[in-house]
Design a protein around this ligand. Structure first.
Ligand code: FUB
Length: 307
């Protein structure tokens, strides 16, 4: 994974392996560390999203996955909350790993020496329910080129704040809050070629029309220019409820992968979702090519044979 040219996915041989859909997982946070991908999702398949622990998975290629088991359990590892373990995310600084998570409408953080733990919880919410407008769910992190790490979160209202040097605190006076067009949840920022992209989910995750929109800006604080839909259902292929995504650069390349969930195929719904991956194409004019979700569209290895 060291080339820099962006290959045309259509040039893959027809027998190239495709990234499998990962059943009964949702809210995927895909994260690349060196030559390995890590996936931090919500465990799905439980009525009312009542999971009580987080698992981690890793892969060299998004095709073959290792299950690292439970890396953080509410009620035991995290003593201040017992229920609704949702939408985790991660960031790193100075050799430490910081695992942020939603738990019963609070946001917590636990610290470890590896991306798969073990993690020590800080014993209190980082963002407590009611501290800011809207629900305290769906954290994500964005590390800017100057090393500043931002925490984003929110439902109905989006929030962004630079994390403190310790990564487990922030100055509440620095929180900026706003409502992206149609914003429901799952705010995500990535940066390419000096452009900041904000993407987020619209509608309810139980709706077939759960979808992802995006905007661009010259800074992580905006001002955001809307570009509309990035990803939505494809009923003609029985693909529904495509949302709560993350966008990840393949280190050392200009390749980008979007991970998202959809209703499991077949027979899925808002509590039975699956995680899939697709290639994200940035256009020369700074916009992003809207996705055309298909079944097994992302072929691996990421770089097709050159001859
Ligand atoms: O998976 C539980 C919740 O459903 C997430 O926090 C939301 O983003 C939605 O996907």
């Amino acid at each position: 994974m060291t080339e820099t040219s962006a290959p045309d996915a259509r040039s893959y041989p027809s027998d190239a392996p495709t990234a499998p859909a990962l059943p009964l997982l949702a809210d995927p946070n895909l994260w690349a560390d060196g030559d390995r991908f890590y996936l931090f999702p919500t465990t799905d398949g439980i009525p009312e999203w009542a999971a009580t622990s987080f698992r981690a998975y890793s892969s060299p290629d998004l095709v073959h996955w290792d299950d690292h088991g439970v890396i953080l359990a509410l009620g035991t590892d995290v003593r201040w909350v017992r229920d609704r373990a949702w939408a985790p995310t991660i960031a790193t600084r100075s050799g430490k790993y910081f695992f942020y998570f939603s738990a019963d409408d609070n946001i917590g953080v636990a610290v470890g020496d590896s991306p798969t733990g073990p993690f020590d919880d800080i014993d209190k919410p980082l963002v407590a329910s009611g501290d800011f407008e809207g629900r305290a769910i769906d954290p994500s992190t964005f590390t800017d080129v100057d090393g500043t790490v931002y925490l984003l979160w929110g439902n109905e209202v989006a929030h962004i704040v630079p994390l403190g040097e310790d990564m487990v605190s922030f100055d509440p006076r620095e929180v900026r809050s706003w409502v992206p067009t149609g914003f429901r949840e799952a705010a995500w920022i990535h940066r390419r070629d000096g452009i900041y992209y904000l993407s987020w989910s619209v509608n309810d995750t139980r709706s077939p029309d759960y979808q992802v929109h995006y905007a661009s800006a010259p800074s992580p604080y905006g001002p955001w220019s809307d570009h509309g839909v990035l990803l939505e259902q494809a009923p003609e292929r029985d693909i529904y409820a495509t949302g709560h995504h993350s966008i990840t650069n393949v280190p050392g390349t200009d390749e980008w992968v979007i991970a998202y969930h959809r209703f499991a195929i077949p027979d899925g719904d808002g509590f039975h979702r699956e995680v899939v991956f697709d290639r994200l194409i940035h256009r020369a004019d700074g916009s992003i090519e809207p996705l055309n979700p298909s079944i097994g569209s992302l072929r691996f290895p990421l770089h097709p044979p050159t001859e």
